[in-house]
Ligand binder design. Structure first.
Ligand code: NAG
Ligand code: NAG
Ligand code: NAG
Length: 359
């Protein structure tokens, strides 16, 4: 063997050994959960609204998805991955969570979990009257079809084992306020105090978690509200020259989150063998707004798409100019976080989940 051949051969061996060590290391890092299941709204909808649903809440067009592989829009309301995709990746389950309504799901897709969320959905069915999304409390119907399919692949016993051990993320609530309570008189008439409306929403949330439990879910994380008064669209709605966060809507969000944090341990105590976690979205987002530099953000008051004040869904489209550096924007459109923000939140939630589930 010539010297150069020997070197190439040696390099080959070294590289191969290195790769097999990696594979061995990866094989031993068994995921904490066999599957991930997602319920909620556009913060976690990976594309269900692309399929025949009469809604204007769609994101299967540029510039959405510009940072996904092939810059392909998928229906995700962001420039890249959603918080749920990032969690699935961090938890070693898969890179992207497919929407359940996608017609060509493989058995492997089913085994490792899917997304039932629908952009524009809320806990209040009335929220979907405006958005035509699949309400959160109707999403278990899709879950039931999923279970039938899963049982068909691995049998009843193994299917229930997967569901019992799956990680479940529920992310909803903001639309009940942004697209419903704050704008529609009918809800005010029925619930003059926002606190009463919050209690109504939380009762629905409780029923929803109980239904997931009755269908076999045991490990459930429920998202709290972000600081709704700091969402660009809300700041735009109330003309305010300096675009400061709306204090009232933020204190409403805080009150809701306090109630939710009290409720979840009560639900957990009542459902034997369950682990119900609270996902704190409010504080990390507030931290990103108040200490933006620490996170590399230069803009936290408007979205990256278009003017950033109003555009989302069909209004954020191929004709909308986008910002230069998407990682410098907390929001991608006037409501939804950028992938950079999803990454930060995903990391925080991953640590919290490992803290609770890793012995
Ligand atoms: C092992 O996992 C690491 C980190 O997730 C990844 O970069 C690497 O490609 C994996 N190696 C193999 C051989 O699968
Ligand atoms: C399944 O459908 C999705 C969405 O239409 C598409 O992106 C993907 O390439 C398809 N996958 C296969 C294996 O056909
Ligand atoms: C975009 O912004 C991020 C965060 O501030 C920074 O790390 C990155 O270098 C910037 N990219 C470009 C191309 O300027």
């Amino acid at each position: 063997m010539s010297t150069s051949k020997t070197i190439i051969f040696t390099l080959f061996i070294v590289t191969t050994l290195h790769a097999s060590c990696n594979a061995a290391a990866n094989a031993t890092t068994k995921p904490l959960f066999p599957a991930i299941l997602i319920f909620g709204d556009s913060t976690v909808d990976t594309g269900n609204n692309n399929y025949p649903i009469q809604t204007i809440f769609r994101a299967k067009h540029v510039p959405y998805g510009i940072d996904l592989p092939g810059s392909t829009p998928t229906g995700r309301f962001s420039n890249g991955k959603l918080m749920s995709d990032i969690l699935a990746t961090k938890l070693n389950i898969k890179q992207f969570i497919p929407p359940f309504l996608q017609p060509n799901l493989s058995d492997q897709d089913i085994l490792t979990g899917v997304c039932f969320a629908s952009a524009g959905a809320g806990y209040d069915d009335r929220t979907s009257v405006t958005t035509q999304a699949i309400p959160v409390l109707e999403q278990p119907n899709m879950f039931k079809s999923y279970i039938v399919r899963l049982k068909g692949i691995v049998g009843d016993k193994k299917a229930m084992e997967i569901i019992n051990n799956a990680f479940v993320l529920v992310s909803a609530g903001p639309n009940d306020f942004i697209l419903n309570y704050y704008d529609f008189l009918s809800r005010h008439l029925k619930y003059p105090l926002i606190s009463d409306y919050q209690d109504f929403i939380l009762k629905r949330l409780e029923n929803f978690v109980q239904e997931l439990y009755s269908l076999g879910c045991r490990n459930i994380m429920v998202g709290g509200l972000p600081p709704i008064g700091c969402l660009p669209i809300q700041m735009t709605a109330k003309v305010n020259l300096f675009r400061s966060c709306l204090e009232q809507e933020n204190s409403d969000s805080i009150l809701y989150n306090q109630k939710l944090q009290k409720l979840l341990p009560q639900i957990e105590a009542s459902l034997t063998g369950s682990k119900i976690l609270y996902a704190n979205i409010y504080d990390p987002v507030m931290d990103m707004i108040q200490n933006s530099g620490k996170f590399g953000f230069k803009e936290t008051k408007r979205g990256c798409c278009g003017t950033g004040f109003l555009e989302m869904s069909f209004m954020c489209n191929a004709l909308s100019p986008t910002c230069g550096n998407r990682s410098e924007f907390l929001f991608f459109d006037s409501i939804h976080p950028s992938e950079a923000t999803c990454n930060i939140i995903g990391n925080i939630l991953d640590r919290q989940i490992r803290g609770r589930f890793q012995a």
